[in-house]
Design a protein around this ligand. Sequence first.
Ligand SMILES: C[S@@+](CC[C@H](N)C(=O)[O-])C[C@H]1O[C@@H](n2cnc3c(N)ncnc32)[C@H](O)[C@@H]1O
Length: 161
Amino acid sequence: MSVSRYGGESALEIGAGSGIILKVLYESFKIVAGTDIDRISLKHCKDNLPKDVFLVCCDAASPFRYKFDLIVSNPPYLPMRDNEKKDRAIHGDSNGIETTLNFIKSAASVLAENGKMLIVVSSFSNIAKIDELTAQMKLKKRVISEKKLFFETLTIIELRY
Ligand SMILES: C[S@@+](CC[C@H](N)C(=O)[O-])C[C@H]1O[C@@H](n2cnc3c(N)ncnc32)[C@H](O)[C@@H]1O
């Protein structure tokens, strides 16, 4: 994710996973926070990131009341196939898209007035649902980059008020 060209006071990653993006954010932002629903991911982040990165095990951005200048996320988006065991790292809720919608709603509530949100979206995702939500929330959308893989296209969208 091309986060290195963004700067500001504070940044949040929702679904921090390995913490690799938090590490990049830490180079450009004074206040850096990451959330994940998975405790093992957060333990890995805690062991590998500077001690002043705030790490919270929670749903999306739910505990924060603070407003961030940049919020980034690569949400899990795949639908679950029949009899498949849910893996929160890759499977989104409902038909895949619900987790992305939850992350956008939650992020919007802690986004600074001039802040920006970067979300990774797959061509497998129901992009119309994202467009519907962002229109309802009066968020402006811009495509930042697109990467075609042999089986899907990954797009980074920027959302702001
Ligand atoms: C595709 S991975 C992100 C990987 C991460 N960007 C990295 O570079 O390692 C999605 C992450 O979202 C987390 N996640 C899933 N549901 C979540 C939720 N409701 N709230 C917070 N994090 C969640 C997963 O545990 C997983 O770590």
